[in-house]
Design a protein around this ligand. Structure first.
Ligand SMILES: Cc1cc2nc3c(=O)[nH]c(=O)nc-3n(C[C@H](O)[C@H](O)[C@H](O)COP(=O)(O)OP(=O)(O)OC[C@H]3O[C@@H](n4cnc5c(N)ncnc54)[C@H](O)[C@@H]3O)c2cc1C
Ligand code: SF4
Length: 253
């Protein structure tokens, strides 16, 4: 993720595919042909084909198998409202300002921006998944319900309790720092979880683990993250809870 680079190396084919202007078989055949003619490396072609033939079809299967109940799922019982800045981009959290600003201007954000910035923040905060779904459906040019809904409720919000993804995609602000240049222009520090400059992603990450510790303990893939949580003292946990509550109160206003 890079400031001023909304597309990077992504294909921007999703809207055309979802509107049936482009057949996914044709896109796959063209990519394969490019590989055979030596115009595209195998790893890139494999990745592209896997997104279309793998993820896109899998998502379609989840939708048709589990609807209409799927649309109501809320495994983590999240009830908070979506912060108002999702509709304006006006926030001092630089990563969210960048991704939401780009989204509102272009109707496009690439996968990691959707999953690990806008999606992650809503998940950590505990926003009602259906409110998150309504936002994604409204703002992206490629948003068609059968593909948007499982990506939002399942992959990004873990509201289906693990049908689509085997664990919630949760991380601290350090992940965003590693994957982007957003943090260098932000007033918050992704390495701090409490205090004046604490990054809310990092604060809310620890609070999320504490809130859902019991449920997450059943997932072997969460073991390392919960082990790190267990290392924290009671006082530290109390401080994190208080900092998270302050953020929730601020964002609810
Ligand atoms: C929270 C969230 C919401 C999303 N909402 C939508 C949506 O409304 N509509 C939509 O088409 N995609 C959605 N996606 C999936 C993915 O982010 C977009 O398909 C992708 O960013 C579109 O850009 P692109 O065409 O440049 O994709 P590329 O990165 O170039 O990938 C090529 C193609 O692979 C397919 N693809 C890749 N990942 C997925 C996936 N997870 N699910 C389905 N197809 C995939 C798309 O058709 C895409 O055009 C969402 C992902 C998340 C995490
Ligand atoms: S410090 Fe936190 S809020 Fe700021 S850009 Fe980095 S991850 Fe986002």
């Amino acid at each position: 993720m890079w400031t001023g680079e909304p597309v990077l190396y992504h294909s921007r084919l999703s809207a055309a595919l979802n509107l049936k202007l482009l057949d996914p078989r044709d896109a796959i055949a063209a990519a394969e042909e490019a590989y055979r003619q030596g115009r595209a490396p195998l790893a890139a072609v494999e990745g592209f084909v896997r997104q279309l033939l793998g993820w896109r079809e899998y998502v379609r299967g989840v939708y048709w198998l589990f609807m209409p109940d799927y649309a109501r799922c809320n495994a983590l019982q999240a009830t908070r409202p979506l912060p108002r800045f999702y509709w304006t981009g006006e926030t001092d959290l630089n990563c969210l300002r960048e991704v939401i600003g780009q989204t509102l201007a272009l109707g496009f954000a690439h996968h990691i921006q959707r999953l690990m910035v806008t999606g992650l923040f809503a998940l950590l905060l505990g926003v009602r998944p259906q409110a998150v779904h309504e936002w994604y459906l409204a703002v992206y040019v490629d948003a068609v319900e059968w593909v948007e809904l499982p990506n939002v409720l399942g992959m990004s919000q873990y509201a289906d309790g693990g049908i689509m993804a085997s664990k919630p995609y949760v991380a601290t602000g350090k992940y965003i720092q590693r994957m982007s240049n957003y943090c260098s222009a932000c007033r918050y520090d992704p390495g701090q979880a409490t205090g004046e400059r604490a990054c809310p992603f990092t604060t809310l990450y620890w609070d999320f683990l504490m809130r859902h510790e019991e449920r997450l303990a059943t997932s072997p893939r969460m073991r390392m993250q919960l082990k790190n949580l267990a290392r924290l003292s009671t006082e530290r946990k109390q401080a994190l809870r208080a900092a998270a509550a302050a953020w929730s109160a601020r964002l609810a206003g």
